[in-house]
Design a protein around this ligand. Structure first.
Ligand code: FE2
Length: 275
């Protein structure tokens, strides 16, 4: 496990292995403990109450039941419920019931700490490509708490193999179940996410680097004895508030990373970002 302030080593591992396993800072560890506890309370509420926190049309802040989001095709929904926060849509929080305001407040605090981590990594990466532009911004980056009700699944695969479309995904979980595809093509368990962080590149990183860094596929499987699992996922996204060029310009890759990133979530059945 790497120290969360050792951005250079974290970048080396993302570039060479497609995954970095990183310790949480004491602040993030505390934030995540509270988030897992508060998130667990939220997901244990009756479905009808959770649906009072559904995102407004065209937005992504709030609760989604199983059935809306998918990884490879609409006919194979992800077996997870999710609760999402992103700073750019923070004004929608007040429209949701009082009982989720503390949860949103905790998520906002965690984003501050995750922004420090991802900003550090993206600045070092930019330097590797002789750029001073980290191309990342927290505003449209999403923090989601996901609940995997394994007992309701018909299949041992709860989430099909996918990448998250963003620059970096930062994952943590309460239980095992995450599997990562290593560079030899084999999926292996990544239990380091229990109490730690796994940081993976998404396809926006591939676009930024002209194909230099491939996305890392991952999936979630049912494990014997794990009936309820919570995960926290932070999708670090390209800055959508301005035109963003890739670090490496290459034929066959998008020239405007911001325009590409706006549409990322539509591949998973969700509204576009920044609309
Ligand atoms: Fe994912």
């Amino acid at each position: 496990m790497r120290d969360c302030g050792d951005f250079k080593t974290i970048v080396d591992e993302i570039v060479h292995a497609g995954i970095a396993l990183v310790d949480m800072s004491p602040v993030l560890h505390s934030d995540y403990e509270r988030l897992f506890a508060e998130g667990g309370h939220f997901f244990s509420r009756p479905l009808q109450e959770k649906l009072e926190c559904a995102p407004a049309p065209g937005t992504n802040v709030g609760f989604r039941p199983v059935g809306q989001e998918y990884s490879i095709a609409p006919s194979i929904p992800d077996i997870k419920e999710s609760f999402t926060f992103l700073p750019a849509e923070a004004s929608h929080v007040t429209a949701h019931p009082r009982f989720v305001h503390d949860l949103y407040e905790m998520m906002s605090r965690a984003v501050t700490e995750l922004d420090r981590l991802c900003g550090g990594i993206m600045n070092v990466l930019a330097g590797r490509y002789e750029s001073t532009d980290p191309i990342y911004a927290a505003a449209h980056s999403q923090l989601a708490i996901n609940y995997y009700p394994s007992a309701r699944a018909n299949s041992d695969i709860l989430i099909e193999p996918h990448e998250d479309g963003c620059l970096l995904t930062v994952l943590s979980a309460t239980h095992s179940g995450l599997e990562i595809q290593h560079r030899d093509g084999i999926f292996r368990a990544c239990d380091a996410v229990v109490g730690g962080l796994a940081i993976l590149p998404g396809v926006s990183m591939t676009h930024a680097t002209g194909g230099g860094i491939e996305p890392t596929l991952h999936r979630v499987v049912r494990r014997p004895g794990v009936m309820k699992r919570l995960a926290i996922a932070y999708d670090a996204t390209t800055d959508l508030t301005r035109p963003v060029s890739p670090w490496v310009i290459r034929d066959g890759f998008p020239q405007r990373l911001d325009l590409e990133a706006q549409l990322t979530l539509t591949r998973f059945g969700l509204p576009p970002l920044g609309s």
